[in-house]
Each structure stands twice: as structure tokens, then as C-alpha cells.
Design a protein around this ligand. Structure first.
Ligand SMILES: [Zn+2]
Length: 257
């Protein structure tokens, strides 16, 4: 395995510090459906195994959030290993974000237009991931993720890095006016765009602005340029309609990787 990869546009990161590595990634449309709610179990397991094999990671070590479009974060210990890896029934319920300091565990969420938010600290002691759609972002899941990481690892906000992966972007995310009142008044001018008589939401800005408010330096935040709707490389609920599938996004700390 190469030592360090930072390809923010492809949503692939591998960073090393000594024997410790921090890796995150996001599957693509071509990797197939990753959601047990959207396809047969055997096929999803095969797709997931194939995707993680490319990173030399085992699906058995995965812990997946059950997803509820809320702002709850679970602190994940070793006993969650395998939860939600092979079926929806034992995914960690009612949470949209996961945080852990356990090496070997793979934290995962599935998305299709919603944003995967990857977080880690400078010393690679703690990793976190969140699923942020408009409801979760408006409810502040990104801030809760950072608070959990700070509590868990003692990290300072300035030591935490966040990457916002592929999801629906303001080029395509038209919303109705009722969304405006869900977001902090101070951010409205930056996150809502009026264009050709329609209203568009910039979910990435909504997430990054609240992270900056939380104390993260802007230089610690990277954003994928990929729009899931018009880019065609990632699953999109809005584009695919009733036939939609999901990707899987993960982050993991690995020792002796
Ligand atoms: Zn777009």
C-alpha cells in the first residue's frame, strides 16, 4: 500500500503517523448498491466485500449507523464490531453519526445525495463519520460530531480535520422556501441561492459554516467537488427516483496497516 494518498475529489484519504493509518473512502455508483434497505442481502454483502477488499479491509470489522435523519452520535466500542455490516437489523439504531478511538473498527454510513462527513484529529487518535442531509445538517449533526470527538479524545477543535464527501450540490439541490427557517439566520445568505426563480440549498456550506463556528479552521475543511445528481459518479436519490441505491462511506484507524 502506498504511504499517503490525499485525493479529496475522489474522496479517498490515507494518512500515516508511525504505525498508525487513517483511511476513509466513499463507494461509487459503479461499486453497486450498498444499502440493505434497497437491495438483496447477498448482493449488498458481495458489493461491500468487493469495495473494502480494495482497501485491504474486512467487512467483519464494520459498524454502521442505522440512520434517522437526526443529530445523534454514538460512541462506538469494540462490541459494535460487525453491527450493520451484514444486514440492516443490527445496525446501530437511531444514530446518524459514529465516533471511535478503536483501531481496526470501520465506521460507516450510507448516502445517496446526503453528505458523508469524515472527521479525524491530527494525532489520528479518534475518527468520526456522519450522514448529513438537510434535516441532520439543520439539526447540527456536524457540530455534535465535533463535540463527541472533542469529548472522546480531548482533541481541540483546531486539531480536527473534516472532509465533506460527494453529495447533492447547489447546482442541483432546489428546495422549497420552508427550508429557510430550519437553518441558523446568520448563515442564510451563504447557504441559500436564488436562481431563475428557484431556491437552491448549499448543504456543504451549511455544514462547513457550523464547523467553523465550532472552532475548526477553514483550512482544516475540504469539500469534494462531486455533485451526486449531475456528476453521475455517485448514487442519487433525486436522480434515480424509485430505483435509487446508496453508496457506503467509511472511516477507520488502522495500526500496522
Ligand atoms: Zn449538480
Amino acid at each position: 500500500m502506498p504511504e499517503i494518498i490525499k485525493d479529496y475529489d475522489k474522496n479517498i484519504i490515507r494518512i500515516k503517523k508511525g504505525d498508525r493509518a487513517l483511511i476513509f473512502g466513499q463507494s461509487r455508483l459503479s461499486d453497486g448498491n450498498m444499502s440493505f434497505a434497497r437491495g438483496g442481502k447477498a448482493e449488498v454483502i458481495e458489493n461491500r466485500r468487493g469495495f473494502f477488499r480494495r482497501y485491504d479491509l474486512e467487512l467483519d470489522n464494520l459498524a454502521a449507523a442505522g440512520l434517522a435523519h437526526g443529530n445523534r452520535i454514538e460512541e462506538v466500542s469494540d462490541e459494535y464490531r460487525g453491527c450493520g455490516a451484514f444486514g440492516l437489523e443490527d445496525a446501530i439504531p437511531d444514530v446518524d453519526g459514529l465516533v471511535s478511538d478503536r483501531p481496526g473498527l470501520i465506521l460507516a454510513v450510507t448516502t445517496a445525495d446526503c453528505l458523508p462527513v469524515f472527521a479525524y484529529d491530527n494525532n489520528l487518535t479518534t475518527a468520526g463519520i456522519a450522514h448529513a442531509g438537510w434535516k441532520g445538517a439543520a439539526a447540527g449533526i456536524q457540530s455534535r460530531l465535533i463535540e463527541s470527538m472533542m469529548k472522546f479524545s480531548g482533541s481541540k477543535a483546531r486539531d480536527i480535520h473534516v472532509h465533506i464527501g460527494a453529495g447533492i450540490k447547489p447546482c442541483c439541490y432546489d428546495v422549497d422556501n420552508s427550508r429557510i427557517e430550519m437553518f441558523p439566520p446568520a448563515h442564510l445568505d451563504s447557504i441559500f441561492i436564488h436562481r431563475n426563480g428557484k431556491l437552491y440549498l448549499d448543504l456543504c456550506s451549511a455544514v462547513s459554516l457550523s464547523l467553523i463556528e465550532k472552532g475548526l479552521p477553514q483550512s482544516n475543511i475540504t469539500i469534494s467537488g462531486e455533485c451526486s445528481f449531475c456528476g453521475g459518479k455517485y448514487p442519487s436519490f433525486r436522480r434515480m427516483g424509485a430505483e435509487f441505491i446508496t453508496d457506503i462511506a467509511f472511516i477507520t484507524i488502522q495500526d500496522n496497516y
